[in-house]
Write a protein that binds this ligand. Structure first.
Ligand code: PAD
Ligand code: ZN
Length: 376
């Protein structure tokens, strides 16, 4: 492409400081170095995790930063040594990379990678420099991939090639929200047919959990949310019951115990609060119950809980991106989407131009959207 090897000027939504709205700016994007890929982002979803960044409570994020991690685009150019993608390929940037070489990547039971943010901060490229500048200032990357930029640079191990037929404005959701929730049910919890599930939080992640529980054959799926406007969509996607904790004076785990006898077989927390995390744990069967944490608590949070909840046999697990080994699995999920094995489009409630990025966040905070997709 004519732009290969050159600095590209383009739009990006920059977070200059915590607690401030994003500002759509012209930024300069340097060409990819060796083992790096520059991608033209076509569409990017807004995930609650981006809101954690804007609020300043995402662990180890640094300002100014270009957030965004639910994107899809087209490779513009590649650095020396890149072999898995070429200019023109449709790709999904991966917020959880897969280097293929660390002990976790080599372990078939793990989807963690030592190149992931929780292990090694990804606020700059691996050589500790940034490819972004704006108004003469260095801008940080986010989770290697910063998909709120029209052009963005990432290491090769943080990008996956997908089928050419994939609609980028739809499959961007397969970069984070959908695989996280769907995989939490089928990979992390391994929901069994005929089982009972409870899903705390019916946003993009929680509704994807509902879809995963249904696909796994759960016979009862109870959605829990304080926003009853989420219930219609949850039922459309497979929830059999929905409960609003605000409608009860007793704690919600007691309500779920009464509804199910001994508690649910699987509970999922897809909100990111200490109280709902312990309520989800207490809602599952005391001995065989499995509680999966998908919600991200603010950095520095501590959770206290009655240890008897675990002593009796319950399992408490976390999930990162639904347990998928991302470079291997995301292209396969895109193919499954194209084969109509699931319909993640039902999660998209709004499509907005990048100029309206702040409106997208307002809709999320007001509980009026599930997923807004931003278009460049
Ligand atoms: P969202 O804001 O769209 O959904 C959260 C839902 O929780 C909303 O429907 C709220 O109404 C509901 N809610 C809020 N408070 C309560 C409460 N006290 N009781 C019941 N319901 C409540 O967010 P999302 O679906 O985009 O993300 C959900 C969480 O998952 C969030 O913490 C995000 O950071 C995390 C996440 N984790 C991973 C991962 O890899 N584990 C990936 C992506 C997102
Ligand atoms: Zn996300």
């Amino acid at each position: 492409m004519a732009t290969a090897g050159k600095v590209i000027r383009c739009r990006a939504a920059v977070a200059w400081a915590a607690g401030k709205p994003l500002s759509v700016e012209e930024v300069e994007v340097a060409p990819p170095k060796a083992q790096e890929v520059r991608v033209k982002i076509v569409a990017t979803g807004i995930c609650c995790t981006d809101d954690h960044v804007l609020g300043g409570y995402f662990p180890n994020a640094e300002f100014p930063v270009i957030p965004g991690h639910e994107g899809a685009g087209i490779v513009e150019s590649i650095g020396e040594g890149v072999t898995s993608v070429k200019p023109g390929d449709k790709v999904i940037p991966l917020c959880l990379p897969q280097c293929g070489q660390c002990c976790f990547c080599l372990n078939p039971d793990s989807n963690y990678c030592m190149k992931s943010h929780l292990y090694e901060s990804q606020n700059l490229m691996p050589d500790k420099t940034s490819r972004f500048t704006c108004k003469g200032k260095r801008i940080h990357h986010f989770l290697w991939i910063s998909t709120f930029a029209e052009y963005t640079v990432m290491p090769e191990y943080a990008v996956a090639k997908i089928e050419a037929a994939a609609p980028l404005d739809k499959v961007c959701l397969l970069a984070c929200g959908f695989p996280t929730g769907y995989g939490a049910a089928i990979n992390t919890a391994k929901v069994k047919p005929g089982s009972t599930c409870a899903v705390f939080g019916l946003g993009g992640v929680g509704l994807s959990v509902v879809m995963g529980c249904k696909a796994a054959g759960a016979s009862r799926i109870i959605g829990v949310d304080i926003n009853k406007d989420k219930f219609a969509k949850a039922k459309e996607l497979g929830a059999t019951d929905c409960v609003n904790p605000k409608d009860f004076t007793k704690p919600i785990h007691e309500v779920l115990m009464e509804m199910t006898g001994l508690g649910v077989d699987y509970s999922f927390e897809a909100i990111g609060l200490a109280d709902t995390l312990t309520a989800a744990l207490a809602s599952c069967n005391m001995n065989t119950g499995v509680c999966v944490m998908a919600g991200e608590l603010a950095s520095g949070s501590m959770v206290s809980f009655d240890p008897l909840l675990l002593l009796s046999g319950r399992t408490w697990r976390g999930t990162l991106l639904g347990g998928w080994k991302m470079r291997d699995s995301i292209p396969k999920l895109v193919s499954s989407y194209l084969e109509k094995k699931f319909n993640s489009d039902l999660l998209i409630t709004h499509t907005l131009p990048i100029a309206e990025v702040n409106k997208g966040f307002e809709l999320l905070r007001a509980g009026k959207s599930i997923r807004s997709v931003l278009l460049f």
